[in-house]
Design a protein around this ligand. Structure first.
Ligand code: HEC
Ligand code: HEC
Length: 268
């Protein structure tokens, strides 16, 4: 009996080390050409994001360990998958094999790498004091809190804000790329707003450099998706991509309201 307990203890994985994870996060040796680290795209100095790469911005990582779906289109169903995907993505770290990349930096396998980086990511969040005042009220009355809900300020749902660039070279149909369902055309995951003051540029496209720009975008009723000609209008996807979430509609916000919302967002 005692022997069984002892075996269970020695075969349990060692507690993952956040400091090791932090070093690995900054280590370009994880990429095939030895030149790219996680931190190049998820720059700690820039709220763990950076400008858009390949059409999408790297999401900030402060609450990555607390989410239940990962990626702007929700393509990753586990944190492990989201951490390991860049290792073998040909546009990112381009390794033929994630285990081999982990062994190159002295670990036993990719699981050990995901555990260590996960332990580091778990240290990044610090919950803010609950903001109060007019901005907080506006955040509710303007409908922001419908989608940016709960402690992480996300419902982890997918919504169409009119940012799919339908019909343009940069078109990105978001969630539909994962589900294949036309009803998902142009839908993206609601991002957490924790630490949002530090995480510019905003949206999956990185289109907005300031929070004021984002709030004005909502005030005007979101983005516009239009067909430039009959052929585009005939595409079966067009009505789907053009159908914004019903909560995205022009808001009656004064200049003071906009300033109060921005001040609120900066406290999150
Ligand atoms: C070349 C830039 C680049 C590199 C290098 C990179 N990432 Fe990312 N990362 C992204 C982008 C872009 C996304 C969003 C992908 C999407 O939604 O299609 C992302 C998504 C993620 C997510 C999901 C976050 C969320 O909120 O959904 C995690 C976690 C993550 N990366 C961790 C890492 C780790 C750990 C490394 C290093 C092993 C790394 N990334 C390397 C660009 C990068
Ligand atoms: C219908 C759901 C919904 C509502 C309502 C909503 N949002 Fe969003 N929000 C989203 C989604 C989805 C995104 C990401 C869209 C994208 O990148 O295509 C987003 C992105 C953002 C971002 C950018 C965050 C980042 O890291 O890039 C901010 C800031 C933001 N919203 C604030 C607000 C405010 C303020 C309101 C109210 C005026 C609001 N949202 C209302 C769903 C919503």
């Amino acid at each position: 009996m005692r022997w069984i307990v002892f075996c269970a203890l020695i075969s349990a994985p060692a507690q993952a080390d956040p400091e090791l994870g932090r070093r690995l996060f900054h280590d370009p040796a994880l990429s095939a050409n030895g030149a790219m680290s996680c931190a190049d795209c998820h720059d700690p100095e820039r709220g763990f994001t950076s400008g858009a790469v390949g059409g999408r911005t790297p999401p900030p990582l402060h609450v990555a360990t607390q989410l239940s779906v990962w990626g702007w289109d929700g393509r990753h169903e586990s944190l492990r998958a989201a951490i390991l995907a860049p290792l073998t993505d040909p546009r990112e770290m381009a390794n033929p094999d994630a285990d081999a990349a982990a062994r190159r930096v002295g670990l036993v396998d990719a699981d050990a790498l995901a555990d260590a980086i996960g332990a580091y990511l778990a240290t990044l969040d610090s919950p803010p004091p609950t903001p109060e005042g007019r901005g907080a009220e506006l955040f509710r009355s303007a409908g922001c809190a419908d989608c940016h809900s709960g402690p992480l300020l996300t419902d982890e749902g997918f919504h169409n804000l009119g940012l799919s660039a339908f019909g343009e070279p940069s078109q990105d149909l978001g969630r539909m790329r994962v589900t294949g369902d036309p009803a998902d055309a142009g839908r993206f995951r609601t991002p957490s707003l924790r630490h949002v003051a530090q995480t510019a540029p905003y949206m999956h496209t990185g289109h907005f450099r300031t929070l004021e720009g984002v709030v004005r975008f909502y005030a005007q009723g979101g983005g516009k998706v239009w067909a430039r000609n009959a052929a585009e209008a005939d595409r079966p996807m067009y009505p789907e991509a053009a159908r914004l979430d019903p909560r995205i509609r022009p808001l009656d916000l004064s200049e003071d309201d906009i300033a109060a919302l921005v001040a609120f967002l900066k406290q999150l």
